[in-house]
Design a protein around this ligand. Structure first.
Ligand code: PLP
Length: 384
């Protein structure tokens, strides 16, 4: 995180009563590719084949190529993708899986869903991701997998994490729900661990108009098993090699995602341009700006600032018609859902502190430039 110096000439707040500015506008995402999306959906409906057909196969090829991954497997959503990957890595009851204390709850839910125990590692205060040091401190004798989350669009520092995992002989499973197109020292997200789980929830950098997800892996044997596990463990002819899930991406969403994939790189550039403006023009010393870690290629799924008086800042922006969100107001070890199911060997202090201070500003690709201008002015005018 870096804090910009005060300029001495604070920007004035936008006029009260100005039109409300939403955090997202998913209609803009549809409008940007309306004809192509409608044509793709119509082709699927006319084709009469709706589950595991040509669209899913083509999307898997195209998404793997986009990620620079050897294999991609279409999945219903990222929660299921994590679950399928954990099953494919033979994780179950009695096993511990290290996850960040600050992430979307489903990262931990997927671990609990396969009967394993989520163990919470603290995050780095500057990047909000786990590090080799925080993961090492959370290690238990039963640790079988580590799930680094590339939170807000920026990869965890994977080199040291991969080295730690190699030394201790456990796989890394990347949670790539928020980082389509991100890189760490030139290596694409989703190609560094044993497998990676992706979400195409509508607001993600690559978003469907419903739920969607994928797995990527470099391991052909694992890819075949994951593809089987997402389809009840089926091996054809109504025969089943093992117990799996129904975790399939459907043809309609695969067809939509193929269209959306065409604009993902350009949309990431738009997010980067908005982030650059925020980082250049927000100059209020009460606000700590997010950092692009050296070596990281950040795709700014969220633009998350820190402020000691976060709730007052959020209310200040709301009064000026600017909607913001908090990703996330509680760390996982603080959630009721994980009290009995999870474990934190070392108190995740930084995660809890971040949860009390973070605020996400609007950064969707189509966000109008004048909205960004108003956000910057309102944040700069936030008084002490
Ligand atoms: C980091 C992270 N992991 C997992 C998930 C779960 O994704 P899905 O909603 O596709 O199941 C999300 C979704 O918000 C996420 O942000």
């Amino acid at each position: 995180m870096s804090t910009n110096p005060p300029t001495g000439s604070p920007a004035s707040a936008p006029p009260p009563g100005a039109a409300p500015q939403p955090f997202h506008d998913l209609r803009a995402s549809f409008a940007a590719q309306r004809e192509a999306i409608l044509a793709a959906v119509t082709r699927v409906l006319d084709g009469g084949w709706y589950i595991l057909g040509q669209q899913v196969a083509a999307f898997e090829r195209e998404f793997a190529a986009f990620c620079g991954a050897k294999h991609a497997i279409g999945i219903g959503n990222a929660t299921e993708a994590l679950q399928v990957a954990l099953l494919g890595l033979d994780i179950g009851p009695g096993d511990d899986v290290i996850v960040p204390a600050l992430t979307a709850a489903p990262t931990g839910m997927a671990v609990a869903a396969v009967g394993a125990r989520p163990v919470f590692a603290d995050v780095d205060a500057a990047t909000f991701t786990v590090t080799a040091a925080t993961v090492a401190r959370a290690w238990t004798p039963r640790t079988r997998v580590v799930i680094p989350v590339h939170l807000y669009g920026q990869c965890a520092d994977m080199g040291p994490l991969l080295e730690l995992a190699r030394q201790r002989g456990v796989p890394l499973l990347e949670d790539c729900a928020q980082c389509q197109g991100a890189k760490d020292h030139g290596r694409p997200a989703g190609t560094m661990g044993s497998a990676a789980a992706w979400s195409f929830y509508p607001t993600k950098n690559l978003g469907a108009f419903g739920d969607g997800g994928a797995l990527t892996t470099e391991d052909g044997g694992l890819a075949a098993r994951l593809a089987r596990l997402r389809n009840y463990g089926a091996i054809g002819g109504y025969d089943f090699a093992e117990c799996g899930l129904n975790a399939r991406l459907d043809e309609m969403h695969a067809a939509i995602l193929r269209v959306k994939l065409e604009t993902l790189a350009a949309n990431n550039e738009k997010r980067r341009a908005t982030a650059a403006r925020y980082r250049r023009e927000i100059v209020n010393p009460r606000i700590t700006l997010p950092l692009e870690r050296p070596g990281a290629w950040h795709v700014w799924h969220q633009f998350v600032v820190r402020c000691r008086e976060r709730d007052r800042l959020q209310a200040w922006l709301a009064e000026r018609g600017i909607e913001t969100l908090i990703h996330y107001p509680r760390a996982l070890h603080q959630m009721q859902a994980f009290v009995a199911r999870g474990h934190a060997p070392v108190e995740p202090i930084e995660a809890a502190r971040a949860a009390a201070e973070i605020l996400s500003l609007p950064i969707y690709p189509e966000v109008p430039a004048d909205h960004v201008t108003r956000v910057i002015a309102a944040v700069n005018a936030f008084p002490g």
